[in-house]
Design a protein around this ligand. Structure first.
Ligand code: ADP
Length: 762
């Protein structure tokens, strides 16, 4: 139990006892009483001891209760003082309360005393707490760096802490009762203030309450500073007041403005760089880019910011970018490499990336900054230069090769002419002279051929040769050509080579209209090449019709032509082998002449060949078969298979071969898909489940027919595949079957063969 020290000032002992008893009677406290009578003892007691309460009589011998109260307040202003008297008039009671007595009790009603004691002690406690809180408030507000300002209901300042004094330069005395707004707000805010304040006065509400706002404010010396103000409303007895906490943010603003200035400067600098530039954080998210970058990709910096490369570019590009970024973040250094980017128009560019990491204030890697230089044009120029150089070298080499070939080709027959003619004299027997004359004649004819070829090609190229179309029987031409081959075989002593003649059956009276002489010239060239470049095997020669078109073919099992040379051989003076050690004679004009003739006759000439295996030359003339003679005599058109609603995939790298097949299948109603390579054949077969048959060319660049067949059979084992092979050796066919082909058709493909094999498969 708490002990309370009570000082009783009373001249009557009896009364003193009554007071004591009364106090003790109903209380929760434990009391320790001190009784004094005289003024001196009263003063001494108060000075010596810290009492919790004073109970004083009103009428005392030397002085009265009011005097005692004054003394008590002087010595200790916080001691609760209760006047206990028998004579108290209402006036005296009022005086004592006015003088500072905490309460009074009349002796006749002493039973009220414990209650009075209780309530003054409570009051004392509250006062103490209030004081404490006031002290805390004072401490906080005086030590705060921020300015704390309170205004009353009229907007006048009634509180101003040292912080505010420091910020604005005014002392509390200078601002007290002054209107805060007029004093501190620059004139630009005045017009909006009045209505807002009026509203606040009436309602206690305002747009700025409860918020932190940045404003400008006026200092005592007239300068304007940036402040941050947070305002709170408070309910005062006389109406709505407010407390504002003000922070001087001038320095922060200066720093912020400096950052802004630097940012704008850097931004302008980056944008003035014509090379695309970007920066990312360590997670690979774009932090920004310059205008050149935005321009290149058609995306603004805002669209790019926060995104990763995965979100912005297709996987084939973003994968590399990510990998390179990771490497750079790990190495924490610089990077330079060539790569490919895709611009806003989906165009690829070759670029050189230059990238480096950048650091934050803690010296940690904060991200990547990078640029790239477009080198597409440089690369193109590089390739062009290399090509031009190669071309120049090639043309140099060709010049020498041409001279060597010509010199050789002219010298050989000339040598024979000069050599044999100088040997002839009258001492020689006649049969030897005749033999020599024959050789001289042969060499002379050979020379004449060469010269004719040269004239021929130049006439053809200057378009001086006119075509003379006439109608004639193909079969007659065929027979003529047959004797040409036989003579050639004989001439070259190659009787071991078998020659197969394959005219389309029953077409002996089919008539075509074209320039017969030129057609014969071309076929002669193709046939004599076949004999010249074939050492063993066979030569096939024939023709077939597709509607009103005719296609001649000359196929051999000779040395063949490498795939990269199949175009070149049709150029003037070009040969597959142009070294001086070449085996076969010729000056490289035959096929160039054939090509010119083909153009002149409106036909197409092409070759399908495989090095080491043989060559097939095709010559196709469109729309030359005379209408009434179009069909082979006595024989109906082979019955056409119905391929409506059937999809066929034709894998064939040579366009002319494809167009032949296309022409042959036109009437079947088949839907055709054309794959120009093995890769494409695999893709189309897997993407188009409706395809039920494939005509697979075996010899294709890249993935060949065997490999393509194997791959397709893995995906679609039931899909029928027919191999098209040009060189139908047994081992060739075996290889096709082994690869998974269900059948084969040998080239040149005729309509009958094609229909038959399709019928077998379907
Ligand atoms: P030439 O036969 O006089 O060399 P061509 O223009 O007739 O001239 O032929 C050009 C080249 O094409 C030949 O040198 C040869 O390399 C190649 N060539 C032509 N026909 C065949 C063929 N049937 N087989 C292999 N190579 C051929």
């Amino acid at each position: 139990m708490e002990t309370l020290k009570v000082l009783i000032l009373e001249d009557n002992e009896y009364d003193m006892e009554l007071v004591k008893r009364s106090v003790v009677s109903s209380s929760n406290y434990h009391f320790q009483f001190t009784w004094v009578i005289s003024k001196n003892d009263f003063i001494k007691a108060l000075t010596d001891t810290k009492f919790d309460i004073v109970l004083s009589d009103y009428n005392l011998p030397q002085f009265n209760g009011i005097d005692a109260l004054k003394i008590s307040k002087e010595i200790n202003p916080n001691i609760p003082f209760i006047i206990v008297t028998g004579t108290l008039t209402e006036e005296a009671a009022a005086d004592s309360i006015k003088a500072g007595a905490w309460d009074y009790v009349v002796k006749e009603r002493l039973n009220r005393l414990p209650l009075a004691v209780e309530s003054v002690l409570k009051l004392k406690n509250e006062k103490l707490k209030l004081k404490e809180s006031e002290e805390k408030f004072r401490l906080i507000t005086t030590s705060a760096q921020d300015g704390i300002i309170m205004i009353d209901n009229e907007g006048k300042i009634n509180y101003w802490n040292p912080g505010a004094e420091k910020i604005f330069g005014y002392s509390i005395e200078e601002v007290r009762n002054k209107n805060m707004h007029s004093l501190l707000a620059p004139s630009k805010y005045h017009s909006q203030h009045l209505p807002a304040f009026q509203h606040f006065r009436e309602t206690g509400e305002g747009p700025m309450l409860g918020k932190v706002v940045e404003l400008e404010a006026l200092k005592k010396d007239g300068t304007i500073i940036d402040i941050e103000l947070s305002l709170a409303g408070m309910q005062l007895s006389e109406g709505h007041g407010a407390v504002g906490i003000v922070r001087d943010i001038s320095e922060r603003k200066i720093a912020e403005n400096e950052i802004k200035r630097q940012y704008y400067f850097i931004d302008a600098m980056l944008n003035s760089i014509p090379i695309p530039l970007f920066y990312k954080d360590t997670k690979g998210k774009y932090l920004g880019c310059n205008e050149a970058f935005s321009e290149m990709f058609g995306k603004s910096a805002e669209e790019i910011r926060g995104k990763t490369v995965n979100e912005l570019w297709p996987e084939q590009y973003s994968q590399t970018y990510n990998k390179k970024d990771m490497e750079l973040l790990q190495d924490k250094s610089r990077q330079r490499y060539e790569s490919v980017i895709i611009d806003k128009d989906k165009k690829e560019h070759q670029v050189i990336y230059d990238k480096a990491v950048f650091y934050n204030e803690k010296d940690e890697v904060a991200g990547i900054i990078g640029t790239f230089t477009d080198i597409t044009e440089i690369k193109k120029k590089e390739v062009e230069l290399i090509l031009a150089k190669e071309k120049a070298e090639e043309s140099d080499r060709l010049k020498s090769a041409f001279l060597a070939t010509m010199s050789h080709e002219l010298r050989t027959p000339l040598n024979a002419v000069i050599g044999f003619s100088s040997l002839i004299d009258d001492s020689l027997p006649l049969d030897e002279i005749l033999e020599m004359a024959k050789l001289i004649n042969k060499s002379g004819n050979h020379l004449l051929n060469i010269i004719e070829s040269i004239f021929n090609i130049s006439m053809l190229q200057t378009k001086e040769l006119k075509i003379r179309p006439e109608s004639f029987s193909v079969y007659d031409v065929f027979l003529e050509m047959k004797s040409v081959i036989e003579a050639e075989i004989n001439n070259e002593n190659k009787e071991h080579i078998s020659v197969l003649f394959e005219p389309e059956p029953n077409t002996t009276s089919t008539t075509i209209v074209t320039d017969k002489t030129k057609l014969i010239q071309m076929l002669t060239n193709l046939l004599s090449n076949a004999v010249k470049f074939t050492e063993k095997g066979k030569i096939e020669f024939g023709y077939f019709f597709t509607e009103r078109d005719i296609t001649f073919f000359v196929q051999d099992t000779g040395i063949g032509i490498p795939s990269d040379k199949t175009d070149l051989i049709f150029e003037r003076f070009r040969q597959v082998d142009d070294t001086h050690t070449r085996q076969h004679g010729g000056i490289g004009l035959g096929l160039a002449i054939c090509k010119e003739i083909a153009n002149l006759l409106g036909g197409s000439l092409w070759v399908d060949s495989e090095e080491g295996k043989g060559s097939s030359f095709y010559f196709r003339l469109s729309d030359v078969v005379l209408k009434d003679a179009a069909l082979p005599e006595n024989v109906a058109e082979p019955s056409i298979p119905d391929l409506n609603n059937t999809a066929l995939l034709i894998a064939e790298d040579i366009e002319s071969n494809y167009s032949l097949i296309e022409a042959m299948l036109r009437k079947t109603g088949a839907h055709l898909l054309w794959a120009k390579s093995g890769e494409e054949a695999i893709r189309l077969a897997s993407e188009n489940p409706e395809v039920s048959l494939i005509l697979m060319d075996i010899r294709m660049p890249g993935i060949n027919g065997y490999e393509a067949t194997r791959s397709i059979k893995k995906i679609r084992p039931k899909l029928k595949i027919i191999a098209q092979t040009a060189y139908t050796m047994p081992e060739e066919i075996e290889k096709c079957i082994e690869a998974g082909c269900d059948g084969y058709i040998s080239k040149p493909i005729s309509k009958i063969k094609l229909y038959d094999v399709i019928r077998q498969m379907m």
